[in-house]
Design a protein around this ligand. Structure first.
Ligand SMILES: Cc1cc2nc3c(=O)[nH]c(=O)nc-3n(C[C@H](O)[C@H](O)[C@H](O)COP(=O)(O)O)c2cc1C
Length: 179
């Protein structure tokens, strides 16, 4: 079973660090993982040239669980991630993501910068695909929520890292309950 992690940032920054941290926990529990960063990929917008989008959609269909991390931009997901969400309309025909587990990670430069709204947007996207939304084990809120401005800052946010690890733990436990 494969767990896919997607970083929705345009740069190799905090979202990438956090998504990779979640995947590391999944691998420690014996699961395969795949990581996709939208940084450097040509996503365009729904209806534009497809370019890099098809391989990402294929990876989503292959995965058993999908963990999505995004920077908080004006209390919303990044524009790049929103474009990916729009493109995923192509998977809604036939509900190709139906029943997959999903978890959200958000990072923002401020303590109360809108990370919870970002996780909610990611969760809404998952719900519209008939996915099953998973929270973080024990800390049990909205998934991984961290604070950091410059790349690497999140490594100092112990509580944020813990929520990311706990999200991965809950996804693994949910996968195991289904077997
Ligand atoms: C255009 C823009 C808007 C931002 N808006 C917010 C915001 O609303 N709340 C917040 O806490 N941080 C905000 N930030 C800070 C980023 O969320 C923060 O730098 C984060 O670590 C970026 O993630 P990344 O390193 O994965 O790119 C914003 C940054 C940019 C560039």
């Amino acid at each position: 079973m494969e767990i896919l992690g997607i970083s929705g940032s345009h740069r190799k920054g905090n979202s990438e660090i956090l998504v990779k941290k979640a995947l590391e926990v999944c691998r420690e529990k014996g699961y395969k993982s795949e990581f996709i960063s939208l940084a450097g990929l040509d996503i365009g917008y729904y209806g534009s040239e497809k370019n890099d989008i098809e391989s990402i959609l294929d990876a989503m269909v292959r995965a058993e669980a999908i963990i999505i991390g995004s920077p908080t931009y004006f209390a919303s997901v990044s524009g790049k991630l929103k474009s990916l969400f729009d493109w995923s309309l192509l998977l809604r025909k036939g509900y190709k993501l139906s029943g997959k587990l999903g978890g959200a990670i958000a990072v923002g430069g401020s303590r109360n910068g809108g990370q919870e709204f970002v996780t909610m947007q990611i969760h809404n996207w998952m719900l519209l695909h008939e996915m099953i939304v998973v929270s973080d084990k024990n800390t049990a809120h909205f998934g991984g929520i961290a604070v950091g401005k410059n790349p690497g800052d999140v490594l100092k946010d112990d509580i944020g890292i813990k929520t990311v690890e706990n999200l991965a733990v809950n996804i693994i436990e949910a996968l195991e309950r289904r077997q």
